[in-house]
Design a protein around this ligand. Structure first.
Ligand code: 2P0
Length: 349
């Protein structure tokens, strides 16, 4: 009855709001690995990344005054299980902030394989934060949007910004409100290093252990976690300095040691988490050989077997050629720095 009535009464304009946003994944050069607060998604350490110009996620959010539940589709299919729950929980947060109770219709399209350690949750929640905030009429600046995106997936906070971004862990021992306020991302000043990331897709399938579970297990059980977290703080200081002076070789060395250290923490977890495969190690050997051949190239790996190789854009084709035959189906692509998350109809931030 109520439903029939509502279709005959003109609705105020603001009950039919919609917005579409685009965001790109980012690859961390100083990794986020380990939460100190699971609910607020607060990390133990700061992290720093480069937003890519490939694999955009496009997300449309439309408020539906008649709906009793959110309706979420992911690449055209209804989002089920954990993915659907995380998106609905995120929309609840947006509703709390907006004071509106309307449910939403969400259509999100990834061009990156979902759940394969290629940062689909970073682009996904960055696009959702921007689109949902606009659809629900919340006026947030980029810093506040990065805090909001963080609540969906930690690494999403960094995809609000183009180029290089740092995500601050925020103050420890603070109240929830202070901690939430202190944990956001912002752009990092850099000299021009003309970077490229050559992405060797070793395996595009979903991973056996989610990064969320893997980082929880690492923090709880790995004797190497605390030493890595301490050294990562030093890595960040060195990384900022290397980016500031435009020293790609130093940027690469720091990124590679930080990533290998992160994987060491998981290998020492109980039980161990091992994302790196034999093909990963073969690509790492090729990267070492490139350096012996005087090509500055440095590897980083996330929660999966794929390898991203940092180099100068001018060397990217040579690097891609060097790693291609080490990758089972030969999928290698070259990414550069991309834009931050933005509304499609409003241009960039
Ligand atoms: C990063 N990763 O800094 C690190 C390096 C994976 C390895 O951020 O639990 O999907 O949603 O906050 O952001 C993957 O973790 O985890 C990640 P949640 P997220 O890019």
């Amino acid at each position: 009855m109520r439903r029939e009535q509502s279709t005959t009464v003109p609705r105020p304009r603001d009950t039919a709001r919609s917005a579409t946003a685009v965001a790109h994944p980012n690859i961390a050069l100083i990794k986020y690995w380990g939460k100190r607060d699971e609910r607020l998604i607060l990390p133990w350490t700061d992290s720093l990344s480069m937003t890519l110009d490939v694999f955009p996620t496009t997300t449309r959010v439309r408020l539906d005054p008649d709906a009793a539940h959110d309706a979420v589709t992911l690449n055209g299919e209804p989002a089920t299980g954990e993915a659907g729950r995380r998106i609905t929980a995120f929309l609840e947060l947006v509703r709390e902030l907006s004071g509106l109770s309307q449910r939403a219709v969400v259509d999100t399209r990834n061009t990156v394989p979902t759940g394969a350690g290629l940062a689909s949750s970073a682009s996904g929640f960055a696009a959702l934060a921007v689109a949902a905030a606009a659809a629900y009429g919340i006026d947030l600046d980029a810093t506040a949007l990065s805090r909001l995106a963080r609540r969906g997936s930690g690494s999403a906070s960094r995809s609000l910004f183009g180029g290089f971004a740092v995500w601050h862990a925020g103050p420890e021992g603070a109240t929830d409100a202070e901690a939430d306020l202190g944990s956001y991302a912002e752009p990092v000043p850099t000299a021009d290093i003309d970077p490229a990331l050559v992405i060797a897709v070793v395996n595009a399938g979903p991973k056996a252990v989610s990064s969320r579970e893997a980082m929880r297990r690492t923090v709880d059980t790995s004797p190497l976690y605390r030493p890595w977290a301490a050294s990562s703080k030093d890595d960040l200081v060195d990384m900022r300095a290397a980016l500031g002076r435009g020293d790609l070789a130093a940027v690469g060395e720091i990124a590679e040691r930080n990533a290998l250290g992160m994987h060491a923490t998981m290998l020492a977890a109980r039980p161990a988490v091992r994302y790196l495969s034999s093909a990963t190690v073969t690509v790492l050997d090729r990267v070492l050989q490139l350096r012996r051949d005087a090509v500055p190239a440095y590897a980083t790996m996330d929660a999966g077997p794929n390898v991203k190789v940092l180099c100068h854009r001018a060397d990217a084709e040579r690097v891609a050629d060097a790693v291609r035959d080490a990758v089972p189906d030969g999928t290698v692509l070259v990414a550069g720095p991309g834009r931050g998350a933005h509304l499609l109809d409003e241009g960039g931030r």
